[in-house]
Design a protein around this ligand. Structure first.
Ligand SMILES: Cc1cc2nc3c(=O)[nH]c(=O)nc-3n(C[C@H](O)[C@H](O)[C@H](O)COP(=O)(O)O)c2cc1C
Length: 552
């Protein structure tokens, strides 16, 4: 497949739109690799081409049919347009239409058509000129970004132009609002997510057409209107009434505040204090039910205070370093309520604006269903053990059968939940111990051995990159992303080790107590410590990250 990209942005490679186009091409390339189809790409940058405006002399129709009288780069462009199977027009929206230089290029396609007038049913309007060349089978993609919060309603000029040229359903369009965000590192988490969808669109386009699920994603706003507009207005630099320009740190804090998502309001106003240690400036972001605003006189009591060099926080915001990693390295400190940090993504996170679907993506074909992702569940790992410890204690034969039954039924949970290796190992071990009990093995050996195996499973998992508890507690901390958070992993590592040690020790007193008169109370006795440990776990997983954050 031969692909021609015409980058119509005067900014060349620095164009916002070009990022979308590059992502789309990357997707197409992936499609080509998978099908082992050859893909050739030619790119034309409008800012490097010498293309003069059309003189309107019609000499390309009468004096020198098919050849323009102007000697510039347009001859090469026409050659490439005829060569390509797919032409991708990439450009910013300028005054509700294409940039002037690109319009010149479009006008200069006149030699490609014949002077005769015909009705073309696929194109809009009345009257058209037939092509001088065989253009059948060629495909067209139009990719554009604009500066307003949405593409909706702003592209009628562009639609009109391309509808006339290629027919209403004769091309695929991806039009995206908030285009300037693609050059802002602080929101790169969100723009990268969008670019990934564009890449998927490219791959699907290569295979035939963009699927409806991907189109839905492309139609989501990058950020909700109010957030984007406040943010964008401030990005030009705010003038105080007396004309003095506000400090960089204050502007940065205001932009951060603008990203606040009021839907995450937890019923109580919070004050996030940002103290920039390197420049000794302090600002407070008030996070309310309707909006956020910045207080500059430090007059409020902070809910949470972040002490950080401005450069560090900028790097975190730009995604150059992970916030959690920087915290563990003590590049910044957090004082006060640490919960705000745990909920950071909800308050200021990347994937905003997902509910409004107002930007524009138009194309010919349709698509497939969205499959929700499954979560792990610690109960699936615990049920086989609980069944064994409780029921075999009550009645050896019936209890063993009940316990085996519980292990056999475990796979049913996987319809709803994600499986972990610990779920599988637990079901296998508990079934094995139940079988041993059923076959008459000595209870004084089997029960302590089961605790030992349980403890071993927890302890051994500490030698893996991700300890056992992290596989389950990640659900409450933004899923698998939590596994990349070193502080989260370390907290879970400590907890997993403590639980492992508890269960490595449990068989010792279990074996001893089983030889005494309290044998029948062993189940109750062995429940006390885990209950206390559970209470400790709940406390520790909040206390430890907060302690590290305070820099202690
Ligand atoms: C001269 C000019 C005119 C513009 N006109 C519009 C417009 O009519 N509507 C809009 O939403 N954005 C408009 N913009 C904003 C650009 O479309 C937006 O910044 C785009 O993301 C730039 O893309 P690029 O980096 O690919 O050139 C205009 C920008 C310039 C410089």
């Amino acid at each position: 497949m031969k692909i021609l990209v015409i980058n119509g942005s005067p900014k060349g490679n620095k164009s916002n739109t070009y990022q979308l186009t590059t992502a789309f091409l990357a997707g197409m390339r992936e499609g080509a690799q998978e099908t082992e189809e050859k893909m050739e790409v030619e790119e034309l940058q409008i800012n490097r081409l010498d293309i003069h405006p059309c003189l309107g002399c019609f000499s390309c129709w009468n004096k020198t049919p098919g050849t323009c009288c102007i000697q510039d780069d347009m001859g090469e462009v026409i050659g490439k347009l005829l060569w390509a199977d797919v032409t991708i027009w990439s450009f910013p929206l300028y005054y509700y239409t294409v940039p002037g230089a690109l319009k010149n290029l479009i006008d200069r396609q006149l030699p490609m058509v014949l002077p005769f007038m015909v009705e073309n049913e696929t194109q809009t309007g009345n009257g058209s000129h037939p092509s001088r060349y065989d253009m059948s089978g060629k495909r067209t993609v139009v990719i554009s970004t604009c500066g307003f919060y949405t593409a909706e309603g702003n592209y009628d000029g562009v639609y009109s132009l391309f509808d006339h040229e290629y027919g209403r359903d004769g091309y695929t369009a991806i039009f995206c609002g908030q285009g300037e965000l693609f050059r802002v590192p602080e929101v790169s988490q969100r723009t990268k997510e969008y670019l990934n969808h564009v890449k998927t669109a490219g791959k699907e386009y290569f295979a035939g057409g963009i699927l409806s699920e991907t189109r839905d994603r492309l139609e989501e706003l990058l950020y909700p209107k109010e957030i984007f507009e406040t943010w964008a207005d401030m990005s030009w630099g705010i003038e105080k009434p007396d004309g003095e320009k506000e400090s960089d740190a204050l502007l940065f804090t205001r932009q951060m505040a603008a990203l606040y998502r009021k839907e995450s309001f937890r019923g109580k106003e919070q004050v996030l204090e940002m103290y920039y240690t390197d420049i000794d400036e302090c600002y407070q972001i008030v996070m309310g039910s309707e909006e956020s605003h910045v207080v500059t006189d430090g007059s409020l009591t902070a809910t949470t205070r972040i002490e950080t060099p401005l450069s560090v926080w900028r790097s975190i915001a730009a995604g150059e370093i992970r916030g959690d990693e920087a915290l563990l390295k003590q590049l910044y400190r957090v004082k006060g309520d640490f919960q705000l940090m745990l909920d950071w993504d909800d308050y200021f996170g990347g994937a905003g604006g997902g509910t409004e679907r107002e930007s524009v993506c138009r194309q010919e074909s349709g698509g497939k269903m969205h499959v929700p992702t499954k979560e792990t569940n610690m109960n699936i790992m615990l049920i086989p053990w609980m069944a064994f410890w409780i029921f075999v204690g009550i009645n050896r034969e019936i209890g063993s059968l009940v316990s085996i039954g519980a292990c056999v039924l475990v796979p049913l949970f996987y319809y709803q939940h994600k499986k972990t290796v610990y779920d599988v190992v637990s079901a296998a071990l508990a079934a094995g111990f139940s079988m041993a009990a059923l076959l008459g093995a000595d209870e004084r050996i089997v029960l302590p051995l089961s605790y030992l195996s349980f403890g071993m499973m927890w302890t051994v998992s500490c030698f893996n990159k991700i300890p056992l508890t992290a596989h389950y507690s990640m659900n409450a901390y933004h899923g698998e992303d939590a596994l990349r958070n070193p502080l989260f992993v370390k907290t879970n590592w400590i907890l997993t080790l403590l639980w492992g040690i508890l269960y490595l020790l449990t068989p010792v007193w279990t074996w001893f107590l089983m030889g005494t008169g309290v044998k029948s109370y062993i189940g109750a006795i062995n429940s006390v410590l885990p209950i206390l440990m559970g209470i400790f776990t709940v406390w520790f997983q909040k206390w430890y990250p907060a302690k590290v954050a305070r820099g202690e």
